[in-house]
Ligand binder design. Sequence first.
Ligand code: ADP
Ligand code: ZN
Ligand code: MG
Length: 491
Amino acid sequence: MSATTEISPAIFAKYEPVIGLEVHVQLLTATKAFCGCSTRFGSAPNTQVCPVCLGLPGALPVLNRRAVEFATLAAMALHCQVNETSIFARKNYFYPDLPKGYQISQFDKPLAEHGWIEVPTPQGTKRIGITRLHMEEDAGKSMHEGFADSRERTYIDLNRCGTPLIEIVSEPDIRSADEAYEYLTRIKEILLYTAVSDCNMEEGSLRCDANVSVRLRGAEKFGTKAEVKNVNSFRFIRAALEYEIERQIEIVESGGRVVQETRLYNSQEGRTYSMRSKEQAHDYRYFPEPDLPPLIVSEAWRNEIRAHMPELPEARRKRMVAEYEITEQDAQVLTGTRAFADQFELAAKAAKSPKRVSNLVQGELLGRLKAAGLELEQSPISMQGIARAADLAESGELSSKMLKQLFDRCFETGEDFGVIYEREKPQQISDSGAIEKMIDEVIAANPKQVEQYRGGKRTVSAFFVGQVMKLSKGQANPSLLNELVTRKLDG
Ligand code: ADP
Ligand code: ZN
Ligand code: MG
């Protein structure tokens, strides 16, 4: 029953995947959800613990106000209705890195419900519902050593116990692995903009469990779902879902039944494995947490929190397209992170042509940063430098070839564009006599193109400009060159 045999497209097309995602996100508070212990990542094991997060008898939890504010802000950004009253509940289960024997979570009265986000799909924008967003605490971490040999050991680090989380549960609205990928990308982007989490998947700040089933297209009833757990990148989640969809179609096609279970994804093999059959919700014996009062987020408090809402990525893209005359696609790249968008806007406002700034950033800056292994914050070229380069290019004082050379120099020396430009400003040929001589040369060498131009194909003038620019080693004044080429060809 492996998904190694190819399913024909015709069979594939008979089925519709149904996917719902559960995303856990660590909140960026300095201290834990119910005690004052630090949430810092990477400290020596078991150094950030106290009687409360260890669940020692008699210790009492006190809710972290900041965690509520972050959770509420996230809920609002995801268009959820925030419940004025929500209830913490104990979710009971045994796990070696859960010393209390239960997790404080929320069950039938979560912090927020009925949200949605929009994702781009090949068929246009699609709305995906968010069933609920609730608060809970994280468990500790088990670390395995010498796995599967005779000296196998498991160590337990309880530093993470009690770290505040939100869980975001989607409606089963997602219909493909690609849509799941888009959904996760958008969720992460929104959470990063609101700054409630660093969403660092390597450090486990964002984790996703994917529920997936298949049904015949047109069928009303959902199929039985499997849950794929602990996949540590969006790309792997997409791959795991693709695998799982095929596996389930094969089972159904061959007359079998999908069993409800939890599965693990092995990224090396690109397949999922059964881990355990799914425990039912009532096994957790949820009951209201007796040590915490109901959580009340009053209207006044909600308004206070809402006042901290930044402009969100989707709205920002729309505004930037209108304000700077850039394309959707440009805006998509330029709003990748909030800091990046802020930087771009600084330069766009300082320069004469925001569109040219956008082109420069995407065409000349990002590639060089990537090649040098630098983040935008580490760029040798400041946003003022970008704005200046854009203006020089716009006015024709700087050819694109010269600009590229100067940018290369910035990355070689680590100096900003303005510094390099002042020092190495190339000699530009602005002597019309000298330029005309070169144009004559190029015209003489290309009679066919001259004929085309004079026959009405005026775009051929770009060919002549390019040839002369080459001849001048990129030093001809571009606007003068343009003017003279047209004059010569017309004359
Ligand atoms: P459980 O009780 O097993 O945790 P829930 O009803 O809480 O199941 O749903 C968990 C997640 O699974 C949600 O994101 C939901 O949208 C999704 N889901 C529920 N039923 C299905 C299904 N048949 N196929 C795919 N996803 C589903
Ligand atoms: Zn503690
Ligand atoms: Mg559930």
